[in-house]
Design a protein around this ligand. Sequence first.
Ligand code: BDR
Ligand code: CA
Length: 345
Amino acid sequence: MDLDEFIIIYMFFLINVINVIIDQPGFIGFNIIRMKKIPIIIDCDPGHDDAIALAVACASEKLDIRAVTVVAGNQTLEKTLRNAKKILNFIGKRPLLAAGADKPMFRELQTAPDFHGESGLDGPVIPDPADYKEEAVPAWDLIRRIAAESPEPLTLVPTGPLTNIGILFTAYPEVKGRIAGISLMGGSLFAGGNRTSAAEFNILVDPEAAGIVFSSGVPITMCGLDVTNKAFILPEEVETLRSTGRVGRFLAELIDFYSDIHLKQGFKGAALHDPCAVLALTAPELFQTGHFHVDIETEGRLTLGMTLADLRPWTGAGANVTACLDIDRNAFIRVLHDASASYGW
Ligand code: BDR
Ligand code: CA
């Protein structure tokens, strides 16, 4: 090694060490040394697969969960809030929690009892913690406060209708500058819908909010049905999950209930939609992606809630979405088993 090379390498380490000490990003390779956790807020409507997403996220060493916010979707807000408290309490994590919207921005609420039951979390019986209280402010105010106080921009992980984020961006547009990205479960580019022939549930419930989010300019990673229908779990894999410990048993019991409708609909197993939005952040190597310009249909009689990719390269419409299109399903299931095992017995 000559003197020039030595000086370059020495400077590289010196600047990175300074970055670590002053806690500032800003140099190629700083992540190698710092291994900073990604600060996130999960916005969810639990929901069986939301519960699995929360368990996977809370198990990850790579995430710093600053808060969980809740929205009406799979069930009413009262029920999704209660479910979020029960899930987080059961897995032994109690991040800041806030309730958000009890209905879509401009429409009546549609729920999904056919998938998630009357409680929104039918199946296992777990305690309802009376002492786990939500914050006194609504979800969008909590997100705004955390984003303003955070030294680093936040990543949002919505796994329900986008109402809370739509309200946040409308009420406080300046917050967008404090959001590094959004990794969401919603929509479908090439796989058709699930709630209607054109639309996926989360986007269909609040298409106006989805329109605000998709046109916000904030970078979006989209886990739609293209990938999440491929993220199914087979019955024998549910049994392995059940054997991993107390959280594995809870998740397996959730899937016992949630599989039923999937099997009736002809799926090989329950589609674990929402954990994909978490894993797109913590294990991006599991996914194949593409870049698209995506708009939301807010008016169509048959196409309301459709996420429409513009496939015409000549229009010059820049991509606003990185869409996950395929998944290494076996690796996905291994990550799920490992995450649940990490909670122990
Ligand atoms: C989405 O809809 C909900 O029922 C699930 O929780 C998931 O977020 C899938 O379309
Ligand atoms: Ca959900």
